[in-house]
Every structure is written in structure tokens, then in C-alpha cells.
Design a protein around this ligand. Sequence first.
Ligand SMILES: [Zn+2]
Length: 95
Amino acid sequence: MTEETRNCCPHCHLPLVRWQNPPLVSWNGEYQYVCFNDDCPYFVRGWQWMKDKFNVTASYRYRLEPETGDSGPLPVWSRDAMRDNILSDEDGMHV
Ligand SMILES: [Zn+2]
């Protein structure tokens, strides 16, 4: 498999990291690209949005499906949530 063009987050413009799909979800493929930048505006304003809409302490990160090009929110309940699934062969981000 050849290295794909590196994808960047459209919100903070930092490289997305490869993130392994949890086993029980319906997304295609083995992994997706996710922005794990804690300063990403998408992530930062998500806290307030979730608080206003659902009165919960949670946010979401930008997620891109490499197979379909589909993007959307990946819900997280803390800054450290979901980090265990990061595939560590990416050098773009120190976690
Ligand atoms: Zn971002």
C-alpha cells in the first residue's frame, strides 16, 4: 500500500492522525483520520455546543473516512478519550 497524501484538518490545518476503528461500529475500513489537536476550533467549540444542546460535558473531533471521503464528528467525553486507538506510526503529532 502506498502512502496516501497526508490529510489535514480543515479547521486547524494540522495533520490528521490515523485512528483505528473500534470493533463495534459501522464505519468502513480499518481506520479513519481524526484530528487530535486539543486546540482545534472544531473540538474547542464542541464543548459549549454539547453543553447548550444536550447539557452534557462532551465534545467531538473532526473525523475523515479515507475510503468514502466522508467526514463528520467523532464524539468524545474528555480530552484523552479515544487516544488509545491512535495508530502510532504517524509522526505528525506527539501524543
Ligand atoms: Zn483540527
